[in-house]
Design a protein around this ligand. Structure first.
Ligand code: SF4
Ligand code: SF4
Length: 449
C-alpha cells in the first residue's frame, strides 16, 4: 500500500540509456501497483494517435516503451499487451499505425503483443447525455493499466496528457464519435471509469503549439511518474506553463471535486519549474478551425460531421486535402508504406556526435549498424536517420508515408540534438529523392520549415 496520499516524480532522462536507468530507479516507488502474479494481464497504453513518430512530439517515444517493456520482462511478467486505438482517420483508412511506428516490433522483442484497440471487443460504459460507448475489453480486463501519454498542447482539449490519452481506449470510429460531444466531460468520465494505476508521461520530446499533430517538437528529456491522472495532468500544466483553467478536462475535473484542495496543497510543495524554461506555445489554430470548434458551435459541426455523407466525403483525397489546408484536419492519411532496404553511413559527414546513439530505442550504435550493414536487432524506426544533425545516415528504399513527416518536420527534428542545416539534403538522400506520397500528389504545400 502507498505510504503517501499523493505521489509524483519528475525525472530528467537524456537519451535512451538514461530512460531505462530512470525507469529502473523510479518504478520501485510504485511497487505496490504491480501485481504479484507474473501471469496477470498488464495493458500498456501509449499515445499512438497518428503515424508521425515520437521525434515530431506526436506519439509516445519508443525509447520509453522499450525501456518499460524491458523492465516488465526482466521482472518476469509474461502477459503484457501494448494497446492503442489510433485516431478515427487512420482507422477509417485501414492504416496500421502500430506497425508504421514499429510498436509491434518493440513488443515482439520481449515476446509481447501490440494490438489496435479499435478492433477489440467492447464493454459498454456510460458517458454524458445518456450516451453509451464501448471501451476495449483488454483495458477493462487488465490487472494493471500503465498509461504512457505524450505531453502535448492540444487544440480541442488545451493539453493532452494522461486524461486525454485514455480516449484511445474507445473501440472504433463509432464509439469515438459518440463521445466527441461534451469531450471534456467524457474525458473525465473515461478516467473515472478506468483509473489506470500508473502513468509515465513521455516528455522526452513534447509538442507545443497546434497539437495533437501539427505542433512543434520541444526536447525536454523528462519523464513524469505518478498514480493519479488528475494530479499528474495538473502538475504537467504547471511544468508546461499552460494555464490549468484552459485545459478543459482539468477544469471539468476541478468542477467535479476531483482535484481537491489537498491535491493543490501537495502540488504547491513541489518544485515544478517550466520544463522548457518558458511556457509552451498555446495550440492556436487558423480562423476557420477556431470559429467552427468554438464550444458554442462545435455541436453543429459534429452533427454535420457525423452524417454518412460527410463520412464518405471526408474519405476522399480531394476533400481531405481541403480539410488539411483549412486546418480542420491535422493528419494526412497516406496509404503508401515505408520500405527501408538499409541505411548507409556517409563517413565524411559523420563527426561522431553520438546523437543517433542517444535516440536509438534498441540500444544499438547506428553508426556501426550503417557501416556494417548488420541490422540485427534494428527496429527500422529510423530515429537515428531522422535525428542525425549532419544527414550522415543515408536512407535506401521507399519513403512512403514517411515523406509527409519529412515534409513537415525534417528541419525541426534534425535540430533536436543541436544540429542545423541540411534538411533539403536529407529529403533528397532517399532513393529517387521523393516519397511515394509526393509522387501520388496527395501532399499539400508545406506547413512548416
Ligand atoms: S548522429 Fe550523425 S553525425 Fe552524429 S554520430 Fe550519428 S551518424 Fe554520426
Ligand atoms: S539503428 Fe536506427 S533504425 Fe535501427 S533501431 Fe536504432 S534508431 Fe531505429
Amino acid at each position: 500500500m502507498p505510504d503517501a496520499p499523493y505521489r509524483l516524480h519528475v525525472r530528467h532522462a537524456p537519451g535512451a540509456a538514461a530512460v531505462r536507468r530512470v525507469l529502473d530507479e523510479t518504478l520501485p516507488a510504485y511497487a505496490h501497483v504491480f501485481p504479484a502474479d507474473r501471469d496477470a494481464a498488464i495493458l500498456v497504453k501509449p499515445n499512438l494517435n497518428a503515424n508521425m513518430n515520437a521525434l515530431t512530439g506526436n506519439t509516445t517515444d519508443l525509447r520509453l516503451l522499450l525501456a518499460l517493456l524491458g523492465h516488465l520482462h526482466d521482472a518476469g511478467y509474461r502477459r503484457v499487451v501494448v494497446g492503442e486505438g489510433t485516431n478515427s482517420g487512420f482507422y477509417r483508412n485501414k492504416i496500421g499505425v502500430i506497425e508504421r511506428l514499429r510498436v509491434d516490433r518493440a513488443a515482439a522483442r520481449f515476446g509481447y503483443e501490440a494490438v489496435d484497440l479499435n478492433y477489440a471487443p467492447g464493454v459498454p460504459i456510460a458517458f454524458e447525455n445518456g450516451v453509451t460507448a464501448a471501451i476495449a475489453q483488454p483495458v477493462m480486463d487488465a490487472a494493471l493499466v500503465i498509461n504512457l501519454p505524450k505531453l502535448k498542447t492540444h487544440f480541442e482539449a488545451g493539453m493532452s496528457v494522461c486524461l486525454k490519452n485514455l480516449m484511445g481506449c474507445l473501440v472504433g470510429q463509432e464509439n469515438k464519435k459518440k463521445t466527441h460531444q461534451s469531450l471534456a466531460a467524457n474525458i473525465v468520465n473515461i478516467n473515472v471509469a478506468l483509473r489506470p494505476a500508473l502513468a509515465i508521461v513521455d516528455a522526452l520530446i513534447a509538442m507545443e503549439g497546434l497539437g495533437p499533430t501539427r505542433g512543434t517538437p520541444v526536447r525536454l528529456d523528462t519523464l513524469i511518474f505518478g498514480e493519479d491522472p488528475f494530479l499528474i495532468d495538473a502538475a504537467c500544466a504547471r511544468l508546461a506553463g499552460y494555464p490549468e483553467a484552459k485545459v478543459r478536462p482539468l477544469a471539468e475535473a476541478r468542477r467535479r471535486g476531483l482535484i481537491p484542495p489537498a491535491m493543490d496543497a501537495f502540488l504547491d510543495t513541489l518544485p515544478l519549474p517550466l520544463l522548457a524554461g518558458r511556457p509552451l506555445a498555446p495550440p492556436l489554430a487558423g480562423r476557420l478551425a477556431t470559429f467552427i470548434h468554438s464550444p458554442k458551435r462545435q455541436k453543429y459541426f459534429l452533427a454535420v460531421r457525423n452524417t454518412a455523407f460527410f463520412t464518405w466525403l471526408a474519405g476522399t483525397d480531394w476533400f481531405g486535402h481541403l480539410l488539411f489546408k483549412t486546418g480542420l484536419r491535422q493528419d494526412v492519411f497516406c496509404r503508401d508504406e515505408m520500405h527501408c532496404t538499409g541505411l548507409t553511413l556517409d563517413r565524411a559527414a559523420c563527426n561522431d556526435c553520438g546523437a543517433c546513439r542517444r535516440y536509438c530505442p534498441a540500444g544499438l550504435d547506428p553508426v556501426a549498424v550503417a557501416a556494417s550493414g548488420d541490422r540485427t536487432g534494428c527496429l527500422e524506426c529510423l530515429y537515428c536517420y531522422l535525428v542525425c544533425p549532419r544527414s550522415a545516415l543515408v536512407f535506401h528504399g521507399e519513403q512512403g508515408f514517411l515523406a509527409e513527416q519529412l515534409r513537415q518536420y525534417d528541419g525541426l527534428v534534425r535540430k533536436l540534438d543541436g544540429g542545423a542545416g541540411e534538411g533539403e539534403k536529407r529529403r533528397k538522400s532517399a532513393s529517387g529523392g521523393r516519397g511515394a506520397c509526393e509522387r501520388s500528389g496527395r501532399v499539400p504545400p508545406a506547413a512548416k520549415g
